[in-house]
Write a protein that binds this ligand. Structure first.
Ligand code: IVH
Length: 651
């Protein structure tokens, strides 16, 4: 990098930072920012006399914006130094062990949200200040008071600053964005921006509606006399704050790597977004003697996870037709390695989404991959457009069978029941693991069977014979016989698998099991009110069942005859008791394994469900009960301790 390039890079970083912090609307990925930032830093280290005043490395923190009163933190809020791999972590550890060879480390997640400093005095929440530039932030006490995971009172009288990250859970983030899209508002690029934006609302009722969550990660000014950070944090959690999804005290590099691998692998299962793990020296005395650089504490480091967001180019937009006829656009992107997986496709959901995000062929875009889900495009980099971008029009004809499409706005559908894509995909679904689990009936074979004319519907797979199969190209005796055996084997299948295999819209595995245990095959005769009495079945699902049965009654009856599904044994009627016919949720740590208590309650005629809703009759809770207990209180659902449950049983 020469001086000219350095100046440009600083400008570029400042532009990124403005969009990120001020507009809550990033125009690049963290990875690109971090890489450029480190290049700038390296240049400055080599050329200390050329460092520009406006270089982001000279800035301690974020931007303080207008609209709220500024407020001083009682002690400074620091940033964290990042490391990206084991090599750098080793170097960091070597520096630490040089300063204190007996140090151990508290490891906890690095949450991806907005930091907040809470000041308590006399056991009351006095003030909540955003991080700002680390010295001064914005007073957003009113907004913080609306966050349910921030206790307004704590059982500790001394003045104390409790620091943490305000986050939005992934599920909530999705719901907010769907709502915003519906109202024609800009959608948030990621949960972090949504959290920051929600925290800085001038109208605190908006903040209140966003279900923000506060996760404590540290302590500022305080008079605690506890020598270990890990123990200090346990004390903070005990005051009524949320605990991290995982935390550990480690001694050596290997332990730290193990905890890191666990968090990285499990992060998709956590409710909140994480972007790394923070490693902190556990001994407070050592922390104090190690001290701080201009920006960072020497005693802590952020061990970042590999980026899940990448920039790539849309090469094409292709159309897929699903088993219900819905036409889904899919982006073909320039192959990009994200966290060890080469991504070549990204889902676009539907054409409204393409229009909302204004995605064009040849656009540079940010894609996000998380867990097993199909990567998605979260943003178009409009400032990178060159004029060569091509808009995609809403299709009028089915790309597979050519018949006219029905454009319903969000959904565009092929209505031709015999369209190859619809038939092939319904059979693949019918045979899939979560349905009838027919070995050997995958995409390639189903397509071959369809093209040969032997199979034109799900029912036809039961009329296949060895003779017919052997006449097809590529079907040898063994392969054909295996397929016939697999098809024969599904006769007498579980009833719920049969219901699931029908592929009714909105009815998945869980709903199929409920329908089956409530009605068996009688689900076909159930009326809407009967369906609605089932936990987890709402208006839309009930309508879907009724409509499917109305249109496909004969088809279902024919399949029933062929498959003869196994109906579950009727339950023996339990004697009258306080739990009979009640929907119950168990939460917190109970004195017996949860499975045992569940079985006992079910034997009394109760239904034990995993989530709390208006239909829940009772929540039985043990120690450390969390969000399910809170939800019960919120909905006015009866809450019962385990001891009370035992008393009710004795009665
Ligand atoms: S400790 C004393 N711990 O990351 C060091 N920060 O990049 C101060 N963050 O401003 C920070 N999770 O907003 C710390 N477990 C965690 C964190 C965490 C998220 C945020 C925090 C901080 C930023 C630094």
């Amino acid at each position: 990098m020469n001086y000219e390039e350095y100046k440009k890079a600083v400008e570029e970083l400042n532009r990124y930072a403005y969009h990120y912090y001020v507009e809550d609307n990033p125009i690049t990925t963290d990875e690109v920012y971090d890489k450029l930032y480190h290049e700038v830093l390296a240049y400055e280290e080599k050329n200390p006399y050329q460092v520009l005043d406006n270089s982001p490395t000279q800035r301690v923190g974020d931007v303080v914006s207008e609209g709220f009163h500024k407020a001083l933190h009682k002690s400074r809020m620091w940033s964290l130094e990042d490391v990206f791999d084991e090599e750098d972590l080793k170097k960091w550890l070597a520096r630490i062990f040089k300063l204190d060879d007996r140090a151990s480390f508290y490891c906890e997640p690095k949450y991806d949200g907005a930091s907040l400093n809470l000041y308590y005095e006399g056991g009351r929440l006095i003030q909540a200040i955003t991080r700002g530039d680390g010295v001064t932030g914005e007073d957003i006490t009113q907004n913080a008071r609306t966050i349910k995971t921030i206790p307004l009172k704590i059982d500790y009288e001394e003045p104390i600053e409790i620091r943490g990250e305000v986050v939005i859970f992934k599920s909530e983030f999705q719901a907010i964005n769907e709502e915003r899209a519906k109202n024609g508002e800009n959608i948030f690029a990621n949960p972090r921006n949504a959290a920051a934006g929600s925290l800085r609302q001038l109208d605190s009722s908006i903040t209140a509606n966003r279900n923000l969550v506060f996760l404590p990660y540290g302590i500022g000014q305080n008079t605690l006399d506890i020598p270990l950070l890990s123990k200090r944090m346990e004390f903070i959690y005990s005051l009524g704050f949320k605990t991290p999804p995982y935390r550990a005290v480690c001694k050596w590099l290997l332990d730290i790597e193990k905890v890191y691998a666990k968090m990285k692998d499990e992060r998709d299962d956590y409710d909140m977004m994480l972007d790394g793990m923070v490693v902190k020296v556990d001994q407070i005395e050592s922390q104090e003697s190690m001290g701080y650089t201009v920006k960072y504490p020497r005693w802590a480091v952020a061990y970042k996870f590999p980026a899940v967001e990448k920039i790539t180019t849309v090469k094409d937009i292709i159309l897929q037709v699903g088993r219900s006829g819905v036409v889904t656009p899919v982006a073909v992107v320039a192959p990009t390695n994200i966290d060890g997986v080469v991504v070549e496709r990204a889902t676009l959901h539907n054409f409204d989404e393409i229009q909302r995000k204004d995605i064009r062929i040849n656009d540079k875009v940010i894609i996000l991959r998380s867990g097993d889900v199909i990567p998605k495009i979260i943003k178009v980099l409009e400032h990178e457009r060159t004029g060569s971008e091509i808009e995609v029009l809403r299709p009028k004809e089915c790309p597979v069978c050519g018949s006219e499409l029905l454009d319903e706005g969000a959904l565009i559908k092929c209505q031709n029941l015999t369209c190859k894509a619809r038939v092939v995909n319904s059979i693949i679904y019918f045979a899939s693991k979560q349905c009838l689990n027919i070995d050997g009936l995958g995409e390639k074979i189903v397509k071959a069977l369809f093209d040969s004319g032997l199979v034109k519907s799900v029912e036809d797979i039961f009329s296949l014979t060895l003779e017919k199969l052997l006449a097809l190209e590529g079907f040898k005796e063994k392969k054909s016989q295996n397929l016939l055996d697999a098809v024969e084997n599904v006769k007498g299948c579980d009833c719920w698998r049969f219901i699931n295999a029908l592929g009714m819209e909105h009815i998945g595995e869980v709903a199929s099991k409920s329908l089956c245990s409530e009605f068996g095959l009688g689900f076909m005769k159930a009326e809407k009110n009967d369906l609605l009495t089932i936990e987890g079945i709402g208006e839309e699902m009930a309508e879907s069942v009724l409509e499917f049965v109305r249109v496909n009654e004969e088809h279902i009856l024919r399949l029933t005859e062929i498959l003869n599904p196994k109906i579950p044994e009727p339950k023996i009627e339990a004697k009258d008791n306080p739990f009979k016919a009640k929907t119950i949720v168990l939460t917190g740590s109970l004195s017996h394994p949860r499975g045992e208590i569940k079985e006992m309650l079910e034997s009394l005629g109760a239904k034990v469900s995993g989530s709390v809703s208006k239909k829940t009759d009772m929540v039985i809770y043990g120690d450390d009960a969390g969000s399910k207990y809170d939800k019960a209180l919120e909905l006015g659902v009866r809450t019962v301790t385990e001891d009370e449950m035992k008393e009710m049983l004795d009665d």
